[in-house]
Write a protein that binds this ligand. Structure first.
Ligand code: SAJ
Length: 420
């Protein structure tokens, strides 16, 4: 069993820290947010994720997981900090840089640094150079070198690929890609992951691992863009997109995804831009997919606006504001963007119904023309109903109860399944 310092107790770092502790490791969770640290030390997660609360409570109770505002000396460091983009859709590596700067003074010979954050190609080499610049007395790996020094520091990229909503299960069952600066680095990291991962670990170099992760999310974005583009074409040609996709998917080699109000979350709406940024001329499809998915949000907003034109002071009910079904995460949520834009029109009153949320985000909660309500109130009071997120709890809404409303159904909630 090892001592592991997890840098960043967010959506990836926290479940990983709890899982490592439950596997028997001693885990120090380091986060710069005092509220997060306090909450974790009480055994509570700061976001909702199935099974996480139980795993975390046990990890804290046994004393194997503690959170603190500084890093600690450890055998392994796992960096799991955000990698958003900044102006011009350029990757913002400031959190990765800050995380590696923070651990630099604690590194000791033989320790391993694992970058789990989704990162542009070259980032693992970047942090290695940064750490080496701060700890000149230690030996760091050289990319793809076959040399090995006793007591060197090892550095790898092992991208996290767990799906929000199924994180705890996927942490154990997913296959892992371990991309090292050198093969010796891979071997070091593999011996940590094999203590809790039941999936297979595949070894490669860090550049390939970085690209594989970006490519996976770009692949999903492109597929969702196809579904969203098809939905626009169907609207134009007066074809029922849900029935058309259902029928096309009867073909043995066709599996079209679901159209929606756009693509949200902190991953798929962001990561493809890292590819576009690094190879703009070669990434035409990936860029178009991002643009198509972003455009879909504008299109849905315009449809609601068009419907609102019929009313003097329309009440608009938005069913769902999270970035996808059955999570409480609002980051990059297309539905939330639509709500924010609707509120800019002083004639509109907006009702939000979202069973995953106890409260609206603080910046919206006090808005005089916005209310978080239950499904029945939203239905009863609305002139226009926009179905934006397909939460499981919406599945028992009865289409006939919405007949006298103007409905903008972006997720096929009211589509009647066909028997044949
Ligand atoms: N969406 C659609 N139609 C679909 C499927 C999804 O519009 O048919 C939308 C969702 O509503 C959401 C967005 O796409 O707004 C993304 O949702 P998602 O469930 O596809 O993916 P994420 O962002 O929750 O998680 C992804 C996963 N990556 C892949 O499936 C390739 C996950 O495995 C990664 O770990 C995660 O990104 C990440 O952290 O990178």
């Amino acid at each position: 069993m090892s001592k592991v310092c997890v840098v960043g107790l967010g959506y990836i770092g926290l479940p990983t820290a709890a899982m490592l502790a439950s596997a028997g490791h001693t885990v120090i969770g380091f986060d710069i947010n005092p509220d997060v640290v306090a909450k974790v030390n009480q055994g509570h997660a700061h976001f909702r994720e199935p099974d996480l609360e139980m795993l975390l409570a046990a990890a804290v109770k046994t004393g194997r997981l503690t959170a603190q505002l500084t890093p600690a000396e450890a055998d392994y460091y796992i960096i799991a900090v955000p990698t958003p983009f900044k102006d011009g859709k350029k990757p913002d590596l400031s959190y990765v840089d800050a995380g590696s700067d923070a651990i630099a003074p604690y590194l000791r010979p033989g320790c391993t640094v694992i970058l789990e954050s989704t990162s542009p190609v070259g980032t693992t080499e970047r942090i290695t150079a940064r750490l080496a610049g701060k700890r000149k007395e230690l030996v760091f790996p050289v990319y793809k070198s076959e040399d090995h020094h006793e007591g060197q520091v090892y550095v790898v990229h092992c991208p996290e690929r767990i799906l929000p909503g199924q994180m705890v299960r996927e942490l154990v069952s997913n296959d892992r890609i371990i991309g090292g600066m050198t093969e010796f680095c891979v071997a070091k990291a593999a011996s940590l992951y094999e203590t809790f991962v039941k999936g297979t670990s595949y070894n490669t170099d860090c550049r390939t691992a970085e690209f594989v992760k970006l490519m996976e999310n770009a692949y999903r974005d492109v597929n969702i863009a196809f579904a969203n583009e098809v939905s626009l074409i169907c609207d134009r040609l007066d074809v029922d997109v849900w029935r058309a996709i259902e029928l096309a998917n009867k073909h043995p080699r066709v599996a079209i995804l679901k159209p929606g109000p756009g693509v949200g979350g902190h991953c798929i709406a962001v990561d493809p831009w890292f590819i576009v940024d690094s190879a703009p001329e070669q990434s035409r499809l990936i860029r178009s997919a991002r643009e198509i998915n972003d455009h879909k949000t504008d299109y849905v907003y315009d449809r609601i606006l068009h419907a609102a034109g019929r009313f003097r002071n329309p009440v608009i009910a938005c069913f769902g504001v999270t970035y996808k079904p059955d999570v409480d995460d609002l980051r990059e949520s297309p539905a939330l963007h639509i709500v924010e834009r609707l509120l800019r029109n002083s004639k509109f009153k907006v009702l939000v119904c979202d069973p995953m949320l106890k409260d609206l985000p603080s910046k919206m909660a006090a808005h005089p023309r916005l209310k978080l309500v239950d499904a029945e109130t939203a239905r009863a009071e609305a002139d226009i109903v926009a179905f934006l997120v397909g939460h499981k709890k919406f599945r028992n809404l009865q289409p006939q109860k919405f007949l006298e409303k103007v409905v903008v159904d972006t997720i096929g909630l009211m589509a009647v399944p066909q028997a044949h």
